[in-house]
Design a protein around this ligand. Structure first.
Ligand SMILES: CC(C)(COP(=O)(O)OP(=O)(O)OC[C@H]1O[C@@H](n2cnc3c(N)ncnc32)[C@H](O)[C@@H]1OP(=O)(O)O)[C@@H](O)C(=O)NCCC(=O)NCCS
Length: 197
């Protein structure tokens, strides 16, 4: 489990309303459990609907396709597969983010609740997935990024791995990959297991 302190002082102007603000609190990233299913599915749905607008542009058909498997039932089925490693970021018993790594090296989920971005939670979730990838002996991580997450993945050490591909409906996926180096040669800029607090 990774624990980090998140403070309201690190918020930028994107989070204006009090209910969007997260006051100083400890956030832990831990392995997901079946009891998280409902809250985790809700985080995924809200993250896609509210934060991925550059991808779906509010297109109803695109959203319907994208959200179709973001249900508590699907989440439970993902947890039941031993080739999946799923984590949640939690603060004050509230799920604020979800990450999922498949044993083939694909990062399949990395989504935060609206209002939780920009304070290191995504990096902490990714660090937990990367740690598991290393434990599995993987040499390479890969994923298909949303438009808005591209700078984030580039910051945590990914490089573009090809042209954009069709995604759900009108959206496009942007392929990325990251080669995993042995710990002693890990460049510090990749983020590794570090978390910004
Ligand atoms: C993408 C996402 C997970 C990133 O999480 P986050 O908590 O906002 O990112 P962090 O605060 O951990 O940022 C880590 C680093 O990336 C940088 N970064 C993150 N988003 C950035 C952006 N949009 N533009 C530029 N840099 C960005 C941060 O500045 C930080 O850099 P630093 O290590 O030098 O401080 C989150 O914004 C999110 O859930 N987005 C919507 C859902 C989505 O698109 N998920 C990806 C699915 S493929």
């Amino acid at each position: 489990m990774i624990t980090l302190s998140v403070t309201s002082s690190s918020l930028d102007g994107a989070y204006e309303t009090p209910e969007q603000r997260v006051a100083e609190k400890m956030v832990s990233v831990r392995k997901a459990e079946p009891k998280d299913a409902e809250a985790a599915a809700e985080v995924l749905r809200r993250s896609i609907t509210e934060l991925c607008t550059l991808d779906h542009h509010g297109d109803a058909d695109t959203l319907a396709k994208w959200l179709a498997n973001k249900t508590p039932r699907d989440f439970l089925s993902w947890l039941a597969k031993e080739d999946n490693f799923c984590v949640v970021a939690e603060a004050n018993d509230q799920i604020m983010g979800v990450g999922l790594l498949h044993r083939n090296g694909e990062v399949r989920l990395c989504y935060l609740a609206p209002g939780a971005q920009g304070r290191g939670l995504g990096k902490a979730i990714h660090a937990a997935l990367e740690e598991k990838a290393r434990a599995w002996g993987l040499k390479r991580l890969h994923l298909e990024s949303t438009v808005s997450a591209r700078p984030f993945y580039e910051r945590v050490g990914y490089r573009s791995a090809g042209a954009a591909k069709p995604g759900f409906g009108i959206s496009h996926c942007h392929p990325y990959e990251k080669m995993l180096q042995p710990p002693e040669s890990e460049p510090t800029a990749s983020g590794g297991g570090q978390t910004r607090v």
